[in-house]
Design a binder for this molecule. Structure first.
Ligand code: ZN
Length: 303
């Protein structure tokens, strides 16, 4: 991506800038998308960074699982991402790494040579550091150390995001990757926390509807990380429909009749109208819990 496309706006008065780092095209539409759409509507400059091309993603929409789609999946996912980006109103940059695929089987097969999941995080952070120094985000989001769910690309996305956040402001590190810039806050997406899933489950039952989460909740106790680490709930219910439109733009990756869309928006807006995050690095004062990723940052940028 050319520098001019991500360089910060030069107009009078500094805009707030948010960078959301994701592993695959479609992750931006399923994690924190309504929050991004809300901030875009408020005038924030939002840049989605997509680490891989999603080349090894399966076709998850039965209606599109055809040979000509499978053969051209890389190009199709670029086009899907372009549509989702328009719907969300964000800018987007590719880091250009190759999807690792989700290894399945027992024992698990080795990851394919050269894939994102096998990169050295210190090396793989370089293009992200360059983007941070060009775009100059005030706030960054990524995944937790488990990747949100344990896909090797999600875990590597976490590693390079944290490494880049910690290095981008240091003039002695990666001096060939641009002028230092220190983002002020770093968050993990925590949207799949248990409290939210329970609330949606109970909200569905209260409406006399079938919950898609019964099985999830039964399995939940087996998960290693089920502590709720959310520090920050951003009201974004007004933008859930935009989020769903963006997700549907990734047509090969989501079944329009599947569980993603089983909970009516009215139920979601009633029982859990937020996107959730965990604040993990902060260089500003912002008492927890928060309801704004820019809490403590707005004052700093205006000053
Ligand atoms: Zn993903």
């Amino acid at each position: 991506m050319a520098e001019t496309q991500v360089a910060r706006s030069q107009e009078a008065g500094e805009r707030l800038r948010l960078m959301a780092v994701h592993a695959h095209p479609d992750d931006e539409s399923s994690k924190g998308a309504a929050t991004m759409a809300r901030y875009v509507a408020e005038g924030v400059d939002v840049l989605v960074v997509t680490c891989t091309g999603g080349e090894r993603g399966s076709v998850l929409n039965p209606k599109l699982d055809r040979p000509e789609i499978v053969e051209n999946i890389a190009e199709i996912r670029v086009a899907e991402m372009a549509r989702a980006r328009e719907i969300l109103g964000v800018r987007q940059a590719w880091l250009g790494f190759v999807d690792s695929g989700l290894p399945e089987g027992d024992p698990l097969p080795p990851l394919p040579e050269g894939c994102f999941g096998l990169q050295d995080p210190e090396e793989a952070a370089k293009p992200l550091i360059k983007l941070i120094r060009e775009f100059r985000p005030h706030v960054m989001t990524t995944y937790d150390e488990n990747g949100g769910y344990p896909h090797p690309d999600h875990i590597m996305c976490h590693k390079i995001s944290v490494a880049a956040f910690d290095a981008a402001g240091d003039p002695d590190r990666y001096p060939d990757r641009g002028e230092p810039w220190q983002p002020l806050k770093l968050y993990y997406n925590t949207g799949f926390n248990r409290a939210r899933v329970v609330a949606l489950h109970e909200g569905m039952l209260a409406e006399g509807l079938e919950s898609p989460y019964q099985e999830w909740l039964e399995k939940w106790e087996d998960r290693e990380d089920h502590a709720d680490r959310t520090t920050t709930r951003v009201p974004a219910g007004e933008y859930f429909a935009v989020r769903d439109d963006a997700l549907r733009a990734h047509a090969t990756q989501v079944d329009p009749d599947g569980w993603w869309f089983k909970v009516p928006l009215e139920v979601q807006q009633k029982v859990w109208p937020t996107d959730d995050f965990q604040l993990v690095r902060s260089l500003v004062d912002s008492p927890l819990p928060e309801d704004d990723l820019f809490a403590g940052v707005r004052e700093r940028v205006r000053a």
